[in-house]
Design a protein around this ligand. Sequence first.
Ligand SMILES: *Cc1c(COP(=O)(O)O)cnc(C)c1O
Length: 417
Amino acid sequence: MNKKTVPFNEEQIRKIIADYPTPFHIYDEQAILDNVRKLIKAFDWAYDFKEYFAVKATPNPYIMKLLKAEGVGSDCSSLPELELCDKVGIHGRDIVFSSNDTPYEEFARAMELGALINLDDISMIDYMTERGPLPDWMCVRYNPGPLLKGGNDIIGVPEEAKYGMTREQVFDAIRILKEKGVQHFGLHTMVVSNELDPNGLINTAKMMFELAVDVQKMVGVNIEFLDFGGGIGLPYRPEQSFVDYDVLSAGIKKNFEAIMEPAGLHKCRISFECGRAITGPYGYLVTTAIHHKHIWKEYIGVDASMANLMRPGMYGSYHHLTVMGKENAPLDHVYDVTGSLCENCDKFATDRSLPEINDGDILVIHDTGAHGHSMGFNYNGKLRSAELLLHADGTVTKIRRAETINDLFATLDFSNL
Ligand SMILES: *Cc1c(COP(=O)(O)O)cnc(C)c1O
């Protein structure tokens, strides 16, 4: 269970809306900080623990800077994400570059910033060495394929996933990289996504500890960096519960002591690249109900659309919804809550029991702090919204303005029509 509350009441949010019209995403600064501190504290037993925030989840420099001050690094997979790190002052091995299908310019920029490159495929070794020198540190990405049972809906089963190398390729890649002069090695994997069961995450860590020991045996290399990827889930539904970081950490510790320490690998950095779990629950899409339609079903039309939050339309994901001022009203109406795209999947909720909604009511869509604004798009000429940061004292900073029609037209040339 988790309480789906919001960090403001109706009066407070209406005051914010007076300055910043809906729709917008608003992020609860203190809650993000409390959460990331809790995660880092849970791993204080580790010789070296690092969280690399998956920039794609919320690529906003204010959020990245906030996290940087807590010792959090960045996980990037594109050139613009690397440039964001540079602008925020995140450099060196505080960046892990977990890209795939990567053009050389991106590797080159990552190396220039000193990022730890996480090689997605063995063919990338030739691709890189034909174009320039290799860095001292390299990480290789593992795909256990059918060796791992399970997987889940968002990421799929590992043998269907395009990422990473097979077990044999991992050994070969490290052998070859070592011959080519690479001195420090890491291993990475990401086999779960939005995982709420700590055992799924603990098993990933266990698998990686065993792989590190196998690398030591087969190749004679001591792994200095282990990255379990992202994937800590969040309880989108009220009946679900948050992953308990202490339970997660205790399970990983037990395996670390049993597998890594006897092999003399106790100084290995262990890390996550979580995005969703870091900011997801602490962001809210605030939108106004503008229309009410009664045909075969009851529809509430809002001023946000799937262009502001793609997950419900794309994955059929549940996002909890609060009608401001009606938090305790009976849920005696059943609605589809829709955006204005000419796509029938543009719905934030389907057959949802809610209090009666009137035009002008403020609706808050929960858990949009990660993979929310960042998955936005401009289809149907829709504009992406502003992003606001809500401070502990109730004040707000606009950390991204809303797009304008001129932004949308910026790549067009009307002068020679
Ligand atoms: C998307 C992604 C992440 C972050 O996933 P979350 O679900 O946000 O934790 C981390 N690492 C890699 C390589 C990814 O592709």
